[in-house]
Write a new protein. Structure first.
Lengths: 255, 311
């Protein structure tokens, strides 16, 4: 059924991604592909994997953006511009347009936990859901002819054969910087909800009206580089030298 | 957006077929004429050909029947349901005309209404997508409906003149509809040209509060499904020329031909082979113009996801 759940889902499972912490290592990207190519649904195929024009279906990708504050320099180490690494996967929207456009009922949002999934047995590979998603969260698997998307590792998070520590999405489990967090964003007392409240977590493209569940924590404000300049040790200044080094400084000056 | 040839051919051919069927359903052509029988068959062939073409872009076409199930929420599903339902009155009308040489108004009008409803559903597949701002306007549906009707009237008037041997009221409709369709299309193009992007790299990343956002590195060095499906850029280079080409072949030339034929016939000229040939040429020109128009419809539309890809 491709109508959205009539009532708000009791749980809103999702991710919180900390843009202040992400170092852009792509470990989440690789582990996502690794887990999901052998997990839920068809394998995540690659096309021409050893050719010049390699492509394939990935459920999580890391983009890197340059952010330039008002009046800031664009290029160079002395500039104010900063690089923000930006991991992006399905946001499991509450008003998911990808669900309602699906003609077959393959695309659906679970009423119990809000996870948006594709039933690959029903998918005809028309691609309309990918068109309707402003975030580019869905990619067609060109070998299987079905739409692939983040399942929030549904085959991990409820998997009782895994140790409790591992019952979280592969991207979250593997992140070496701890930039990705998984939890129930419908529960205001959950750790993820508290992080969002404390750090002013944001929705991506709120103007699209999709009400994403996943939240992004914006980078913390950064001091301008010039403000730190005064604290740098200066190679030319020897006025603070004492004892042997003061003597050596004086002797070398005289030579 | 990537202009998939299967979808372009589908929307142009089936649009023309539905437009022709809509006019045939009004009973303006003599059902006993041989040309009218050919017109009915042509409408069915155009519609069926378009529908078959549309299944070519599916990843799993053998499951296409499942697309009839979600008519409560999905415009694509509604289009699928109606495109099959409409065959009932259209096939009945075609049978009555071809085999018995008669016209039944209730069946005919049911076919006309369902034909237009199907074209409307096709247009809403695009118009309902908020992620593609150029399409997300009521003008999109108006363009699809008017172009379908204009093409149908044009082709129908060729069959009408051939069948009756005199001026057909459809020629007059064709002229009026071509003018209205292109007036609305030009308004649609103005709307496209004046769009202020709803989403920007700043809103897409949520980093607007920090500063101006520019893509530094794509996630992968090569193209992916998203960039090839939503990030098509070739056409924009020639957009201005193609727009003129579409207007010329899809509007001005067929409009001029149908006007000349209409004027000549009303002035008392004989409705001979030249008139039919001119109207057929006008229809063909309109189809070619529509292919260009539909190609631009996709190629010029920008998808919100390109905010993440620097496009």
């Amino acid at each position: 059924m491709t109508s959205l759940p009539a009532l708000p889902t009791p749980k809103k499972l999702g991710l919180v991604i900390d843009l202040d912490v992400c170092v852009g290592c792509h470990a989440c990207v690789v582990n996502c592909k690794e887990w999901n190519t052998g997990g839920y649904g068809a394998a995540l195929s690659d096309q021409h994997p050893y050719g010049a024009d390699v492509s394939g279906a990935w459920l999580n990708r890391v983009h890197s953006f340059e952010v330039v504050p008002e009046g800031g320099e664009i290029v160079g180490e002395a500039g104010e511009a900063r690089i923000v690494h930006f991991p992006k996967s399905c946001l499991h929207c509450e008003d998911a347009p990808c669900v309602t456009v699906c003609p077959t009922g393959a695309s659906y949002k679970r009423t119990e936990d809000g996870i948006v999934l594709v039933d690959e047995e029903k998918c005809i590979g028309c691609g309309l859901c990918a068109w309707s998603c402003p975030y580019g969260a869905r990619e067609m698997d060109l070998a299987a002819g079905v739409m692939k998307k983040c399942t929030l590792c549904i085959d991990r998070i409820y998997n009782e054969t895994l140790e409790e520590l591992d019952r979280q999405p592969a991207c979250v489990r593997t992140c070496p910087a701890n930039a990705r967090h998984f939890g129930d964003l419908g529960d205001p007392s959950s750790v993820v909800s508290m992080m969002v409240a404390a750090r002013g977590g944001i929705d991506l493209m709120p103007e699209q009206g999709t009400r994403p569940v996943n939240k992004y924590l914006p980078p913390r404000p950064r001091k301008p580089l010039a403000a730190s300049a005064g604290q740098m040790p200066k190679g030319e200044d020897t006025s603070g030298a004492t004892g042997f080094f003061a003597w050596l400084d004086g002797m070398l000056d005289r030579i | 957006m990537h202009p998939a040839s299967s979808i372009i051919v589908f929307t142009v051919l089936s649009g023309l077929g539905y437009g022709l069927a809509a006019f045939l359903g009004l009973g303006l052509l003599d059902p006993s004429a041989f040309a009218t029988k050919v017109a009915y068959i042509s409408a069915l062939v155009l519609i069926a050909g378009g529908l078959l073409s549309s299944t070519l872009h599916l990843g799993n076409p053998r499951r296409a029947w499942r697309a009839f199930s979600q008519w409560r929420s999905s415009w694509l599903s509604r289009e699928g349901v109606l495109s099959v339902l409409v065959f009932v009155p259209l096939a009945m009308s075609a049978w009555l005309c071809a085999m018995e040489g008669r016209y039944s108004a209730p069946i005919g009008i049911a076919g006309s209404l369902l034909s237009l409803a199907t074209v409307f559903c096709t247009s809403m597949i695009y118009a309902s997508l908020k992620s593609v701002q150029a399409w997300h306007t009521r003008l999109t549906s108006a363009c699809y409906l008017l172009f379908s009707l204009a093409g149908g009237a044009l082709l129908g008037s060729a069959f009408g003149v051939a069948g009756s041997g005199s001026a057909s009221p459809l020629s007059f409709f064709a002229l009026v509809l071509l003018i209205s369709a292109w007036t609305v299309k030009i308004a649609w193009l103005r709307h496209l040209d004046s769009l202020k992007p709803l989403s920007t790299p700043e809103s897409a990343t949520g980093l607007g509060a920090v500063g101006r956002v520019r893509l530094f590195e794509r996630p992968h060095v090569t193209e992916n499904y998203l960039t090839s499906e939503m990030g098509f850029r070739v056409a924009r280079k020639h957009a201005a020329k193609l727009r003129k080409f579409a207007l010329l072949l899809g509007g001005l030339l067929p409009g001029a031909l149908v006007f000349l034929v209409l004027a000549a016939l009303l002035a008392g000229a004989e409705a001979g082979g030249a008139a039919i040939l001119a109207l057929m040429a006008a229809s063909l020109s309109h189809i070619i113009g529509m292919l260009a128009e539909r190609w631009l419809f996709f190629a010029e539309a920008r998808h919100a996801v390109m905010n993440y890809y620097g496009g």
